[in-house]
Design a protein around this ligand. Structure first.
Ligand code: GAR
Length: 199
């Protein structure tokens, strides 16, 4: 069983996709035991509460420094029995202590074809604006393991879609999001069904 914490900063549609897969019975071996957000008004926390999943607002601003923040995060994970993390629209860097505590046990979804259009500043709509500005023929989504560098760890799953001639950042974002909603549950399904694959 993967006891999963989902971390997000915004509306939480990728988290909703995971919940829908769980409700449809297509994610055996996965349990969501905590949702954490750096943003107290994030939709992802509302979705968690509406589904009776513990929801926690935890932001570095509440702490004197990163190490105090990381210690509080770790304690929340320990209390909830978390052994795997999913970053679903989490716009903050995960503290190094957390990455070191969960080696190959943290995945992130990124709205582009890594290693392209990743790294510092490449999140949300900025990614799609950069893809359109570069006149790329393709974009897509990537699920990857998280290490200490932004958008850097090895790929779990990736899916490509064409960029259409009349795409705007907004239309591209919405087509990539549809891909994300299938890709993230599929990545979790694979990792939960091959428990050694992430150790
Ligand atoms: C998603 O498109 C996700 O890939 C992106 O933020 C959006 C969150 O949407 N994440 C990043 O850009 C991280 N670098 P959601 O809150 O509806 O799941």
């Amino acid at each position: 069983m993967l006891n999963v914490a989902v971390l997000g900063s915004g509306r939480g549609s990728n988290f909703q996709a995971i919940l829908s897969a769980l409700q449809a019975g297509t994610l055996p071996g996965v349990r969501i035991c905590l949702v954490l957000s750096n943003n107290s008004t994030a939709g992802i926390l509302e979705i968690a509460r509406a589904n009776d999943i513990p929801a926690l607002h935890l932001s570095q601003r509440q702490f004197a420094d990163e190490s105090a923040f990381a210690a509080a995060m770790l304690e929340a994970f320990r209390c909830a029995g978390v052994d795997f993390l999913v970053l679903a629209g989490y716009m903050k860097r995960v503290p190094a202590l957390i990455v070191q505590t969960f080696p190959r046990r943290i995945i992130n979804i990124h709205p582009a074809l890594l290693p392209h259009f990743g790294g510092a500043g490449m999140y949300g709509m900025h990614v799609h604006e950069a893809v359109i500005a570069a006149r790329s023929a393709f974009s897509g989504a990537t699920v990857h393991f998280v290490d200490e560098e932004y958008d850097h760890g090895s790929t779990v799953l990736q899916k490509e879609i064409p960029v259409l001639p009349d795409d705007t950042p907004a239309t591209l974002a919405s087509r990539v999001l549809e891909v994300e909603h299938a890709l993230l549950p599929e990545a979790l399904r694979r990792l939960a069904s091959a428990p050694d694959a992430h150790t």
